[in-house]
Write a new protein. Structure first.
Length: 339
């Protein structure tokens, strides 16, 4: 018999680690993961099936469909913003074509076992595109439907996939004789910069914040690639994982949108530097602005309006700026490196 499972793509990344931990603790679902690399042994032992491969491999998805009854997908696999700028074709193949294959997989799964497949998709503030620092200052807290003109390949990919998910959920094959939309229950969280104490940064343009902390804890010099006054929203990784799980379990009838902003705190780079310097007095943090990367960060909001997420599905981050650093990031990273 096919067994109901949750599938997590890109499970070896920062979000995947926390998500697997939480799902394993709950113990109410079998966990199947897909990643191009093997999982860390500490994480791999918590999943029921580890599949090494790419989401662009359609025969792989067909084998999973034959073996399992999938009713929940967390689609985390992606090429992040910095790498996507260097390899835009590869970014499109993974971020767009991979997502399209997985949406079609979810559609076929839902048709096969007769109930919707919940498809949870982490998007990004990279989907926004403000024209410059002055417009960013005027915009304040940006809502979901404002300034959607991304300037990066990653942002274009994310925004398009949000629209693809909405298409599958609401308009799929709308000219067909029978209604076949609604079988993919697409739910998207548009994340700010995520900061993890458990995994090292892996190529995101917002990674100047975690890079600063990890370098200081290892007594390594760090040249921050953005200006001290740079400001974007951030979130501690446990709150990011909680947001995905909370949205996944929310009653469908309460969700007025397919994509939701979430945020927690929005310090300047200088404020992050000051907290890190107090925690690690020997930290050698300097400023060396990368003009091109700075332009990308300047196109992202200084903050986001997440009222819809709070109202519709009870989003409520536990970590503000002070608590995120004093209770989660600094003590956990300090233990990690023995600092």
């Amino acid at each position: 018999m096919r067994k109901p499972v949750v599938v997590i793509t890109g499970a070896g990344g920062e979000i995947g680690h926390g998500l697997i931990d939480r799902l394993a603790q709950r113990g109410d679902r079998r966990i199947v993961t897909i990643d191009i690399s093997r999982l860390d042994a500490s994480i791999a032992k918590k999943v029921d099936r580890e599949v090494t491969g790419s989401i662009t491999d359609r025969p792989l998805l067909e084998r999973l469909m034959a073996e399992f009854e999938v009713d929940l997908v967390f689609h985390l696999a992606a090429l992040l913003s910095t790498r996507s700028e260097f390899t835009p074709i590869a970014a499109h193949e993974v971020n767009v074509e991979g997502t399209l294959s997985l949406l079609e997989f979810a559609q076929r799964e839902a048709e096969s076992h007769g109930r919707p497949v919940v498809f949870v998709y982490p998007s990004s503030i990279a989907a926004y595109g403000l024209p410059g620092p002055e417009a960013k200052a005027r915009a304040g807290r940006v809502r979901e439907d404002e300034y959607l003109h991304p300037t990066t390949m990653y942002g274009c990919n994310k925004l398009y996939c949000e629209l693809l998910g909405d298409y599958y959920a609401r308009h799929y094959k709308q000219l067909a004789a029978e209604t076949v939309s609604g079988r993919v229950d697409f739910r998207c969280v548009r994340f700010p910069g995520l900061i993890s104490a458990m995994t090292t940064p892996s190529g995101g343009t917002s990674d100047y914040a975690p890079e600063m902390i990890h370098a200081a804890a290892q007594s390594e010099p760090y040249a921050c690639f953005v200006r001290p006054d740079t400001q974007i929203p951030f979130m501690a990784m446990p709150d990011g994982v909680d947001a995905l799980l909370t949205l996944a379990s929310a009653p469908r009838e309460r969700l007025r949108r397919s994509s939701y902003n979430v945020g927690a705190f929005n310090p300047t780079a200088a404020e992050i530097h000051d907290v890190v310097a107090r925690a690690f007095p020997g930290a050698a943090i300097t400023w060396k602005t990368d003009i091109k990367r700075q332009a990308i960060v300047d196109s992202w909001p200084a903050d986001v309006d997440d009222a819809a997420a709070r109202q519709d599905w009870g989003f409520a981050p536990q970590y503000d700026f002070t608590r995120a650093f004093s209770e989660y990031l600094i003590p956990t990273i300090r233990r990690r490196y023995g600092a």
